[in-house]
Design a protein around this ligand. Structure first.
Ligand code: AHM
Ligand code: MG
Length: 337
């Protein structure tokens, strides 16, 4: 008998049965997010034919010019999620403040955060992009929902994942017991389990960083990269390879598949900002996925998942991936301090 394909739905149902990690509302939430990603994937695929490329005439709260697809993806996620009764509110890279589920719909127990279209600079050049999401439980200290309810450390996430729109559309998910990967079967219209228990090798010879910022980095960051660049003859005694896709989703996906280390550190261009990437809907979900796959994630000084957010769009310095490299980076930062 041919081996049966396991759909995302079946995977979630079995997880729910096996160890109760996925309560009913959370299962619905994850299915709805997956459905929204499917629809974003369609829009991405159509590209110029669907009129979705190019820039919209607006800026987001972080002062970045929005692309048409940033806005489309944001709307798809909101429309898909607002009516199901599983959410209390949502927050997004593309919205200034939280989006409370309108009171014509029932309010659920969960909070959903997302970067609807990560790697926006890649949209118009047909390079991989993705959607990143993170799920928290709404604290039940008070009725209603407010922005402060979202400000929980990454350790409190109950689900996190991303969907990458690349040569394949792939959903990568954790609910706290390892990382599973689902590939979109376009003929069937469903996500099918294609890898379970993903593990990141602890050592690597591959790093990902935007090297054009080198002159702005802090000393520990320079030291780490200088040593990688010195190759076999240098202190590391091995040659390194470099990759930079400018899509965190794509860079992290590669690391989950074959190891490596990804860095977007603080730099001197805008010293008042802790980093470029956002803590709540980029760094936290990615850090949890990486840790669940045996890797590590730090801002150089602290484990990212332990950081207590102070605002929704907070930024953070990010170093994540193969555990021994992340430990080395932490050590270099500690030596400087
Ligand atoms: P975005 O969410 O506006 O797309 O920005 C985040 C992206 C990450 O996916 C990627 O790692 C980084 O920005 C690339 O930045 P740069 O263009 O500075 O290399
Ligand atoms: Mg992003």
């Amino acid at each position: 008998m041919a081996q049966q394909k396991i759909s995302l739905t079946r995977y979630l149902v079995e997880q729910q049965r096996a160890d109760g990690l996925i309560p009913g509302q959370l299962r619905l939430l994850l299915e709805v997010v997956a459905r929204a990603c499917k629809s974003i994937s369609q829009a991405v695929n159509k590209g110029a034919l669907g009129g979705v490329l190019g820039t919209a005439e607006s800026e987001n709260v972080q002062g970045e010019i929005q692309k048409k697809l940033d806005i489309i993806a944001n709307e798809v996620l909101i429309e898909a999620n607002e009516w199901g009764g599983h959410l209390a509110a949502m927050a997004s890279e593309e919205m200034d403040s939280i989006y409370v589920v309108p009171n014509r719909y029932p309010q659920g127990e969960y909070l959903l955060m997302f970067d609807p279209l990560d790697g926006s600079s890649n949209i118009d050049v047909n390079v991989s992009i993705g959607t990143i999401f993170s799920v928290l439980k709404k604290p039940d200290e008070h009725p209603g929902v407010q922005e402060s309810d979202f400000l929980q450390p990454g350790t409190q996430q109950v689900a996190a994942g991303y969907c990458i729109y690349g040569p394949q559309t792939t959903l990568v998910l954790t609910v706290g017991n390892g990382v599973a990967m689902f590939t979109l079967d376009r003929e069937q219209g469903s996500f099918v389990l294609t890898q379970e228990d993903i593990q990141i090798p602890v050592d690597t010879k591959e790093f990902a960083i935007n090297m054009s910022n080198m002159r702005h980095w802090d000393e520990p960051m320079k030291r780490y990269i200088d040593e990688c660049l010195a190759g076999k003859e240098g202190p590391r005694g091995k040659d390194f390879n470099m990759r930079w896709i400018a899509s965190m989703v794509a860079d992290v996906h590669r690391i989950l598949m074959r190891g490596g280390v990804f860095m977007y550190p603080w730099d001197k261009r805008e010293p008042e900002k802790a980093g470029k990437l956002r803590l709540m809907y980029e760094a936290n979900p990615m850090s949890w996925l990486v840790e669940q796959a045996g890797g590590a994630a730090t801002n150089g000084k602290q484990r990212i998942l332990d950081l207590k957010p102070t605002k929704l769009h907070e930024r953070v310095s990010v170093m994540l991936g193969s555990r021994n490299e992340v430990e080395r980076l932490t050590q270099y930062h500690a030596e400087k301090a």
